[in-house]
Ligand binder design. Structure first.
Ligand code: MSP
Length: 511
């Protein structure tokens, strides 16, 4: 039976266009979703937009646009950016969707009926960019610790959620489930935050009009984070399609940035406990991608535009670079030098040339038809085959740990070994002296490329497609992974493309 796998990203705010940091999260999650599909899972990949925020309303106002009109346009544009990056999401929840309003109101009612919601007065600081309440001691020199901007002082009558009631249950759950919060550093941060004592938090706003009305008091709207987290339920049909919901829920992993792990590892599980729903299996808090060591900021307009990179380099160069360069869970830096270097060295040279010369040689020496290997494998053949098996074992290990960069290092070691195999076998010499051996060498190279294409698919899907197309075959996605990954799947007698097309043109550093 196929196993279900439900994976989500954070839903992005719509007050500005996504930068490379946001793209990083989408790309990483897409790699997980594609890998799971490849290996035969029934995957549901959810993303969306967080539209009931004050920052969206203010941005619309500053542009003189009706808020709904503005969020409609932004959601459409953001979707286009993700499509350009080949993000294979299965559904896209907009928090202004009617289905989401229904889910939020039902959820609120459940927590209210559980006795976990009560009215009180909130007085304190609020950062609109974070959409978060801050205690005075959390501010840095009176400024928001994340945005370094002055928060607003609020005093309003709000509805509060009894978070403190869940402190012990949360601690027990995190302690009993070591994988619930990953990586380890995030888990420790959250544990010490909870041990420091949890305070109830406000889940409504009375001075805001843009948002989802509180069912028991339509003069208030739900606090945007309370509303946003519920998107993970909306996306799998809760509360109207319980069959679908029960099939996919709980989420197998929520992928979020390190700045919002607290919402996902403290507020969200407590909310779910209150509503009587199962908790997600894992929350992974990834690191940040910086630009010259600085935070990219949509509000400050500093950041690299992923859409422009795709126009110039293609989606896969960015996907490869970010997943290879920034170990998942840690912070990393986007540099143009590093990016262009990876594009030229790893993609254009190592991978691109391997495919190009293999396809050229099949055409030159065998009229474009891949020959049957002849005779027993030699030492280098056996080495290549053994490394192929090791590469898939490492791919499996690292993908289970969400260690994308480890997976890519292993795959590129195999690419490097295949390039070395060309040099040590010297097909151009064999062409004159030993056609049987030449047949085996070229078969082994084509087969290596078939395996490489499948191994890279999750990370650089377009490249994988283009590679197999040139080999005259198709990718096998989730049909029989156990067999697909075995050596020997390429059928001799298959015709490769007549004129190989370079996978990646070499690039100069943009000026
Ligand atoms: N709307 C909330 C999330 C609600 S989820 C129920 C939000 N939105 S965001 O637009 O600010 O961020 C979206 C995601 O991008 C978050 O996971 C955030 O951590 C991530 N990142 C934002 N900047 C980033 C980098 N520079 N690098 C990596 N990830 C980054 O938070």
């Amino acid at each position: 039976m196929t196993k279900k796998f439900y994976v989500t990203t954070a839903i992005i705010y719509v007050n500005a266009l996504p930068h490379v940091g946001h793209a990083y999260e989408m790309i990483a999650t897409d790699a997980i979703a594609r890998y799971k599909r490849l290996t035969g899972h029934d995957v549901f990949f959810l993303t969306g937009t967080d539209e009931n925020s004050l920052n969206a309303e203010r941005k619309a106002r500053s542009l003189g646009l009706p808020t709904q009109h503005y969020v409609d346009e932004m959601a459409a544009t953001i979707k286009k950016v993700w499509r350009k990056l080949n993000i294979s999401f299965d559904d896209f929840v907009r928090t202004t969707d009617e289905r989401h309003r229904l889910a939020c109101q039902e959820f609120f009612t459940r927590t209210y009926d559980a006795g976990d919601v009560y009215p009180s007065t909130y007085e304190g600081w609020y950062c609109v960019s974070c959409e978060a309440f801050y205690r005075a001691e959390e501010l840095m020199d009176g400024m928001c610790p994340v945005h370094k901007t002055k928060p607003e002082w609020l005093k309003e009558k709000n509805y509060f959620f009894a978070l403190s009631k869940y402190q012990d249950r949360l601690l027990q759950h995190i302690e009993a489930n070591p994988d619930f919060i990953q990586p380890e550093a995030r888990r420790n941060e959250i544990l010490s935050f909870i041990r420091g004592g949890l305070q109830d938090f406000s889940i409504s706003r009375s001075s805001v009009r843009w948002g989802i009305p509180v069912p028991i008091d339509p003069s208030q709207v739900l606090y945007v984070w309370f509303d946003a987290l519920i998107n993970y339920l909306t996306g799998v049909g809760w509360p109207t399609d319980l069959t679908r919901f029960q099939h996919y829920w709980p989420a197998d992993v929520h992928i979020v940035g390190k700045d919002i792990t607290r919402f996902h590892c403290v507020y969200w599980p407590a909310m779910l406990m209150s509503a009587g729903l199962p908790l997600p299996r894992e929350v992974f808090g990834h690191g940040f991608v910086y630009l010259r060591g600085e935070r990219m900021s949509k509000s400050l307009g500093t950041g690299v535009d992923p859409g422009a990179i795709v126009d110039d380099f293609g989606a896969d160069s960015l996907r490869y670079y970010l997943l290879r360069e920034v170990p998942f869970g840690r912070d990393g830096d986007f540099t143009w030098e590093g990016f262009v270097q990876r594009h030229n060295a790893d993609l254009a040279n190592d991978l691109g040339n391997l495919l190009n010369r293999t396809v050229s040689m099949v055409n030159r020496y065998f009229g474009g038809v891949v020959p049957t290997p002849i005779g027993a494998p030699t030492g280098p053949d056996a080495e290549l085959m053994a490394l192929a098996a090791d590469t898939f074992a490492e791919l499996e290990r690292s993908m289970n740990a969400l260690a994308f960069s480890d997976a890519l290092v292993a795959i590129w070691q195999f690419v490097g070994r295949a390039n070395k195999y060309v040099e040590e076998s010297a097909p151009w010499v064999l062409a004159k002296s030993d056609r049987d051996r030449l047949a085996s060498v070229l078969y082994n190279l084509v087969e290596s490329l078939r395996l490489i294409a499948h191994a890279i698919y999750a990370f650089v899907p377009e490249t994988a497609e283009r590679a197999v197309e040139q080999l005259g075959i198709e990718l096998e996605i989730g049909t029989n992974w156990g067999q697909t990954r075995q050596w020997g799947g390429y059928r001799p007698g298959t015709r490769v493309i007549e004129k190989p097309v370079p996978l990646f043109p070499k690039k100069e550093l943009p000026s």
